[in-house]
Structure formats: structure tokens, C-alpha cells
Design a protein around this ligand. Structure first.
Ligand code: TYD
Length: 135
């Protein structure tokens, strides 16, 4: 059973010179093969995204631009992570509830997912999530 202790903040390598920076995600950065990449952009500051957990899928979130908060819950405990650096990512394993909020102007949330999109993998009802985690 995954808990918020299984969430990891991953420092990505940063290659800097006067022309700017490069951060890299390679084969061994994540504990899974990336099957899908998607990104959130033009998110109104008042919007809340996420509001679900995944049954099997893991996701890696990066604020490639701007900032936003990620509220994470495991049914017992919760924590908030602010993502605001393109060389830092948040690894969320399956079985963790997440809500994304407080998007700054111009924020872009890049997501590298362990699976293709499948609505069957989502739990979108928080009470159902808690019931599954605590049964
Ligand atoms: P949703 O999962 O609710 O977005 P978020 O959790 O980021 O707030 O997705 C919104 C809509 O987009 C929903 O109809 C499902 C669809 N969608 C896809 O078709 N493919 C995808 O890879 C994703 C992430 C969402």
C-alpha cells in the first residue's frame, strides 16, 4: 500500500552555461518506462486540476515553467509540494490522491506517465479512494 512517504522529489541534472540551462530525463531517471507525455498549460490561477488517484499508473510532474502546488493524500496523511523549478520533479506512485492548484501565470506542468491514458485506471471519487486505502 503506497503512502505519501513513497513520493519522491527528484533533482534532475542541470547543465548550465551562459546560453542557458539544460535538464535531462534519461532511461534510468524514472523507475518505469515512459508510455505517455502530456502537459497542462494556460491553467487559470483559480483552477484546480487532478482530483484523482491512479490504480496502477505512476507519474512524474515537472514545472517546466512557472509554479503550482500539488496536494498529495494517501488516505491517512497529506502533504503539499510546491513545484517551481524545471530541474526538480515530483514522482507520484500509483495509489496517491493528487490535486494541483495555485498555478502561476504561464505555468506549464509536464507529466511523464508510466501508462497510456485509460479512464479505468482513475479513481476520481475521494470517498471511494479513502475506502480503498483503509479497507
Ligand atoms: P483529467 O484527468 O480530468 O485532467 P486533470 O487530472 O489534469 O485535471 O483530464 C481531463 C480530460 O482530458 C478528460 O476528459 C480525460 C482527457 N485526457 C485524455 O484524453 N488523455 C490524457 O492523457 C489525459 C491526461 C486526459
Amino acid at each position: 500500500m503506497k503512502t505519501i512517504n513513497d513520493i519522491q522529489i527528484v533533482d534532475l541534472p542541470k547543465i548550465c552555461d551562459i546560453r542557458g540551462n539544460i535538464s535531462v530525463i534519461e532511461n534510468n531517471t524514472l523507475p518505469y518506462k515512459v508510455e505517455r507525455v502530456y502537459y497542462l498549460f494556460d491553467v487559470p490561477s483559480s483552477a484546480r486540476r487532478g482530483g484523482h488517484s491512479h490504480i496502477k499508473q505512476s507519474e512524474f510532474l515537472i514545472a517546466v515553467s512557472g509554479s503550482f502546488n500539488v496536494l498529495l493524500k494517501d488516505g491517512l496523511n497529506e502533504t503539499i509540494v510546491t513545484l517551481n523549478k524545471p530541474d526538480k520533479g515530483l514522482l507520484i506512485p500509483n495509489g496517491i490522491w493528487r490535486e494541483l492548484e495555485n498555478f502561476s501565470s504561464g505555468a506549464v506542468c509536464l507529466v511523464l506517465a508510466s501508462d497510456v491514458y485509460s479512464e479505468d485506471d482513475y479513481i476520481r471519487d475521494y470517498n471511494k479512494f479513502v475506502a480503498l486505502k483503509t479497507k
